[in-house]
Design a protein around this ligand. Structure first.
Ligand code: ASP
Length: 323
């Protein structure tokens, strides 16, 4: 009888502690990545998961839920229990989906808890190794004169690769066959195998392949060169004036995740972004954490709103939709 009483007291204390998030997290946290394993979002998320795990003293397990340019993974997060054991790492696609998809099952501006921005990642324009053009100038001419024969890979409507490719082809006033994948990791496999011709993809996926000469590279999409790829010119400096794409990434949780848990997650993200191992890994892949003053839920929510407002008209004008 005494034992039963002691146990109940212990569990009551435990419930009370849990209610205030004091013992959180007491089991592994699932981090949803809405693209395939081994790709750029996945690489960034796994690097963050490792550093956040050190802070939270818990394992963070990455689960890849790819498809529909990231929307399937976001929806999984929206519908998950708001208990702190599900978080999401997603990119710019969170802001482009409302304009791209006629049927949206969630509203990115209201249906999530906003934790923090994490990193802006440059993109690169790459092609299969034996793609004939030797530089960007030749790429443009070749693309325009062979557009009916060429294919561009991307990670689904709303993915950064699709957005970057769309900006590129519309700036060059041409069109090309596009081939969607659940992420740019499988797209890269096809590119390396020569089944598709070219794609835009984040440096977090392309740096190694570029450095090892496995793909051809025509430029980086940021205004300035990328420190880890100093010999690769920007597209802007090669004549594509004002062409700029950097892929912002952020951490979210299900809406209604208790405030103390959101605070714990934010603290863990902020500390993780100071972690030297994380910084070294990201630096080798051409990126770095966002500045500390951008690591807040308010900045993320306002930035997301501004991005939704920015991309809506651009996408509508390009007439890109999916059901
Ligand atoms: N790089 C992909 C994209 O185009 C995402 C991924 O596969 O991680 O958005």
């Amino acid at each position: 009888m005494k034992l039963v009483l002691r146990l109940s007291l212990a569990s009551l204390l435990c419930i009370a502690a849990n209610a205030f998030g004091q013992t959180y997290p007491n089991k592994p946290v699932v981090m949803i990545v809405p693209f395939a394993a081994g790709g750029p979002t996945d690489v960034l998320a796994r690097t963050l998961a490792l550093a956040m795990g050190k802070q939270l003293k818990q394992t963070i397990m990455v689960e890849n839920v790819g498809g529909a340019g990231g929307n399937i993974g976001v929806l999984r997060t929206v519908k998950a229990a708001p208990d702190g054991y599900t978080v999401l790492v997603h990119h710019i696609g969170m802001s482009t989906s409302p304009a791209l998809y006629r049927k949206m099952e969630y509203n990115p501006l209201t249906d999530l808890a906003y934790i923090s921005l994490i990193a802006d990642v440059p993109m690169t324009l790459i092609a299969r190794q034996n793609f004939p053009p030797v530089n960007f100038k030749e790429f443009v001419t070749y693309l325009k004169s062979n557009k009916d024969k060429l294919s561009m890979a991307h990670a689904g409507l709303g993915a950064a690769s699709q957005l970057c490719g769309l900006l590129l082809t519309s700036t060059l006033q041409t069109e090309v066959l596009t081939v969607p994948y659940t992420g740019t990791a499988p797209a890269m496999t096809s590119l390396l195998g020569g089944q598709v011709d070219f794609m835009c993809d984040q440096t977090t996926n392309t740096t190694g392949q570029i450095q090892n000469g496995k793909v051809k590279v025509y430029g980086v999409t940021t205004k300035t060169r990328v420190a880890s790829l100093p010999n690769i010119p920007t597209l802007d400096e090669q004549g594509l004036k004002d062409f700029e794409v950097a892929v912002w990434h952020a951490v979210y949780a299900p809406k209604n995740t208790p405030r103390p848990i959101q605070d714990t997650l934010l603290k863990a993200v902020r500390e993780a972004l100071k972690d030297q191992d994380l910084k070294d890994t990201l630096a080798k892949l051409g990126t770095e954490p966002v500045a500390a003053n951008r690591q807040t839920p308010e900045v993320l929510r306002d930035f997301l709103k501004a991005e939704v407002d920015k991309w809506g008209p651009i996408i509508k004008q390009a007439d890109q939709y999916a059901d």
